[in-house]
Ligand binder design. Sequence first.
Ligand SMILES: *[C@@H]1O[C@H](CO)[C@@H](O)[C@H](O)[C@H]1NC(C)=O
Ligand SMILES: *[C@@H]1O[C@H](CO)[C@@H](O)[C@H](O)[C@H]1NC(C)=O
Ligand SMILES: *[C@@H]1O[C@H](CO)[C@@H](O)[C@H](O)[C@H]1NC(C)=O
Ligand SMILES: *[C@@H]1O[C@H](CO)[C@@H](O)[C@H](O)[C@H]1NC(C)=O
Ligand SMILES: *[C@@H]1O[C@H](CO)[C@@H](O)[C@H](O)[C@H]1NC(C)=O
Length: 550
Amino acid sequence: MIIFGYTTELMFFSLNRWIFFFFFLSVHSTLNIYWKKNEFGVTDIPVLSQVLCGLNGGIQMRPFLPPRPKSVIQMNNSSFAISTLDMGISDEEWERLQKALDWPGPDQQITQLDLSTSPVHSTFSIVELKKSYKVGDNISVIITARDHNKNLKTYGGDFFKAKLFNSKLKVVYGEVVDHRNGTYSVVLLLPWEGQAQVFVRLEHSSEVVQILKKYRESSFPRSHYNGHFEGPGSKNTQVSEVVECNLKWGAKGSLRKGKCCCEYKDIKTGTEWQCERPKKLSCDKLVGHSMGGFESPLNHVENHLFSKCRSGLTTPVPAGFYFKDVWKSFVCNTQQLNFSQMGNCLKNKIVYLLGDSTTRQWFEYLEKNVPGLKRMDLHTPRTGGPLMAVEMKNNIIIHWRPHGVPLRFSKLLITNLHYINDDIDEIAGDSHAVVVFTFAAHRVFHPLTFYVHEVAKIRQSVVALLSRAPQTTVIIKSGNTAGRKNIFQSDWYMMQLNTVMREMFRDVNGVIYLDVWQMTSCHYLSENIHPGPVIVANEVKTFLSYVCPA
Ligand SMILES: *[C@@H]1O[C@H](CO)[C@@H](O)[C@H](O)[C@H]1NC(C)=O
Ligand SMILES: *[C@@H]1O[C@H](CO)[C@@H](O)[C@H](O)[C@H]1NC(C)=O
Ligand SMILES: *[C@@H]1O[C@H](CO)[C@@H](O)[C@H](O)[C@H]1NC(C)=O
Ligand SMILES: *[C@@H]1O[C@H](CO)[C@@H](O)[C@H](O)[C@H]1NC(C)=O
Ligand SMILES: *[C@@H]1O[C@H](CO)[C@@H](O)[C@H](O)[C@H]1NC(C)=O
């Protein structure tokens, strides 16, 4: 049974619907083994500059200038104003982030449903479709967005996903470029010989993205949490009370009931957490944390827009492709280690897997497959952790723990929830230490400015770690697609958080960014916040290729 938060939510939309498709292409090749690194020409593929294959080549730390207080960012309709000082970054960096996150859309609020982008009337075509193609060729796809009255859209912002595939076994991801005039283009690379089909899907109309944006920064709490208080009551009885808790970000908290409250401030991150005041117990009796319900802020029209449309995404490059369920990375020469080789790779390593259930999936994969690796009983919940596994022969230690609140897990001891930066500060590091963190899935419910604040803290800790122990391997695992399209967990939110993480670590040398977004969005398995076993296996193999480069 999965007891994590994602299983309980309300889903008010139907299955993904691919809008059009099926252009069959036949691809000819003179190469037999075309996915091999040199034959395929890795250098032709644009590669994210911060992604390094191999370890820590020549780390040069650039000092981060302390932030200066200045402009206040006016977030409309949130009763708070967040400054760059609150986020812990400079004005210049905030400008850079806003540029990276910029997403076009309608310039006014759309209230007429039929003006939103229609997945039925939007079309795509292949530019100069040829009879046959060679491996390594690109095909160019133009998408034309239309509204429900079949009129051409005049602005951009629709969230499309595109991929190329052949049967179930070969898939490549395409980057969608928004021309901001209702047309979009995608360039798809043909990496294999045989048939290929182009799929394009409208994930969200630009009108829905506009709504997602609005509620991301609003103080409306879309996700609620519970605080579990326990302690002695009168007559020596044990009293327990469960109350609502939430993040306090900006001047105002997000508790629904007006009366304030117990407040908890994490000294290092400055993050403030609030709980309603329990009736019988004092504030210091908070011992447990768990997820609460979701609450939708959508009005009638907005709800209709959501159910009427689907939205989509762009990500920078094809980072690789699947071939018979094996992810072939263009970025790193992925090694297909067998299980005993995995054990050898991890010999004498301490691996710290931090974040959420998606890094726990890595823990579980290693636990299941690395010979001799055994989970110790730390007397913690099986899926909530913290968890630890050891292998005595090769001296391997693997830790996993979830990050600090807000967190949508079942009940956990509050003492076991640590902020990622706090954990990193307590790692001595060195060549035996491998730190992997992921930080996205539980942040889609909260303002982006809060995310920036937290990532700035994590960055500080990573920079300090790499300066005291430059041999430490640090890997950021991106957030993966979940195939969710609601106001709570849209993939559009996740994609924007990935953009923030990448941008903010752009100048930190020696950090590896492991992009699993494309691995999860272009596989034939349906997208899931907890990717399927085949995908997790590929993620871990890519991870180990960084830990033990060929
Ligand atoms: C907030 O609203 C004002 C006027 O209502 C507008 O000028 C401003 O651009 C808005 N800011 C944001 C961040 O949307
Ligand atoms: C701000 O909130 C009010 C009341 O909730 C709403 O009527 C108004 O449309 C909102 N404005 C914006 C710019 O979102
Ligand atoms: C395919 O597209 C990539 C990236 O846009 C480009 O670098 C490459 O040269 C193109 N290949 C061909 C054969 O046009
Ligand atoms: C949209 O913009 C693209 C790129 O600038 C251009 O090639 C195309 O002709 C434009 N389409 C329309 C309908 O204006
Ligand atoms: C794993 O691969 C190594 C090297 O190719 C080989 O020697 C070994 O037999 C393999 N082990 C298993 C269990 O397949």
